[in-house]
Structures are given as structure tokens and as C-alpha cells.
Design a protein around this ligand. Sequence first.
Ligand SMILES: Nc1ncnc2c1ncn2[C@@H]1O[C@H](COP(=O)(O)OP(=O)(O)OP(=O)(O)O)[C@@H](O)[C@H]1O
Length: 175
Amino acid sequence: QTYTGNILIAVNPFQRLPHLYNDHMMEMYKGAEFGELSPHPFAMADRAYRLMMNYGISQAILVSGESGAGKTESTKMLMQYLAFMGGKVESGGRSVQQQVLESNPVLEAFGNAKTVRNNNSSRFGKFVELQFDQNGKISGAAIRTYLLERSRVCQISDPERNYHCFYMLCAAPPE
Ligand SMILES: Nc1ncnc2c1ncn2[C@@H]1O[C@H](COP(=O)(O)OP(=O)(O)OP(=O)(O)O)[C@@H](O)[C@H]1O
């Protein structure tokens, strides 16, 4: 058994709103009282981070909704905020938080496709685990994927498309 915490209802704006998701906004939500500022994925991530730090208990955020609702985009914002809070300054080499954020385009290339409902539909389930050390810095990460829609590789109905990676290969420069 488990309790569920607060629920954030995201409304898909169907347009880029960069001013809502920049560093300045992350600074605003950092340490702000939950409910003080407008509902935001950063508020959810900040709350989970603080509960983890204060009580030392693992936290989970379930992102749910129908296709095209905004799960993938919301998850990226949650990861962006947790990477911001748990980021370590590393000398040389790529940091864990950088690798975690950079894994998104790769996973989307192989697992996302255009469907009638969503131009960038994830055709697989994803469990993202971020591990933090005592100081609240990201120490490791694991991403598990589930149930990729494999039939799409050889069978697509117009106007849907195959996985992005195939079009990327065709569009790549000769070298
Ligand atoms: N917060 C947002 N800001 C801007 N655009 C958004 C946002 N959320 C969703 N969108 C737009 O809606 C599209 C669909 O969202 P997203 O891919 O996150 O849906 P999903 O719930 O993951 O769908 P699926 O189950 O098909 O993978 C995105 O490609 C983007 O264009």
C-alpha cells in the first residue's frame, strides 16, 4: 500500500512556452513553499526532492494521461529540475545529470514516432530512476523501457510514420 500525494493537472498548451521552463523559473521554485507559486512540474519535482532530503525516503512521480496529453514533455521538465537541484560540477567528462538529460533525444529517436494523435508519440513505457547521494547530488541513474511497439518497424498505416531514427538516417549527410 501507498499514499498518493498532490496531483498536478497539466493542460497541453500546444505551443512552446520557454519563459515557463527556464533557469529563472527553476530558481523561483527552488525552496518555495508548495502551493505558494502557480502549479508547475517544477513544484512537484521540488516537493519530491525536499521530501527525499528531509525524510530520506525514496519518492516516485507517476506521469499519466492519454496519448498526446504531455507526459513526455512533463517528464523532461521533472528531470530538468531534478538535474538542476542535484547537479554536480565535474571536472572533465560528462556529469550524470548531463547524461540523463542527453538520453532523451536518443531514446526518442528509437522509440518515438508520428501518430495521428501526436507527432512525437512515445511507443514504449519508461521508468526513470535517479539516485542521489547523502548531499542530494545525483550519483547514478537507470532508465528501464517497456513494451516497445515493435510491429511499427514493418507495418505503418498512413499518415503515421515509423520511428524517427529511420528518417534521421535518410536525412544524414553522406559522411
Ligand atoms: N508543456 C508543454 N509545452 C509545450 N508543448 C507541449 C507541452 N506539453 C505537450 N506539448 C506538445 O504536445 C505534444 C505531445 O506531448 P507529449 O509527447 O508529451 O505527449 P505524451 O502524453 O507523452 O503522448 P504519448 O503517450 O503519445 O507519448 C508535444 O510534442 C508538444 O508539441
